[in-house]
Write a protein that binds this ligand. Sequence first.
Ligand SMILES: [Zn+2]
Length: 194
Amino acid sequence: MKINIKTEDFKESELPKITKASECLRLVLSHPEFWERCSKIPYFELAGERSDWVRKSNDEIIEHIKSGSETLRPEVDNEVDIDLRIFNPSWRSRNVVGRTWTDVIWQEINRKFFNLYDFIKIAGNMFHEWLHKMGFHHDFRSTKMRKFSVCYRFQKEFLKFAYELYSMEASEVIEVKKKISFWSKVWRIVTFRW
Ligand SMILES: [Zn+2]
């Protein structure tokens, strides 16, 4: 699939990661093996889907995703069109990785996670938010069923496949977390001293 990404509000230094994430999306979504795996996701793992797509088969869902016919831009172009914005999180949105709304064409990514995550996880989140643009929905709250939706379950398959494809482990994220805990310790020492 062709991937078209328009960015807004990104710093110049942040753009190379977008280029890598975009290439990752292209590689995975053009790979027949990825779709083959998606077609084998058991029904109950998609039973938490909250759109009408819950009644459709995996193959129908996949056909729709490949059509690139987004709810707000319904022409069938077989392309992934993403208008991506970045936001600086507030206290309330500090744990939101990405977000979008049904009445806008853009989707957003949290700058905190954008810096923490490797390009594969960024691509995974972009895919998740774009699936909302394709008309898929999940529980808003963190319910038991939320992960059994098209957005979450296909994102999971995407990440698994991408890490295999790049022969990478999700280590970048863990390393950054370690660095953060190191600095937060230093911070604590410094603050206790004063
Ligand atoms: Zn979502």
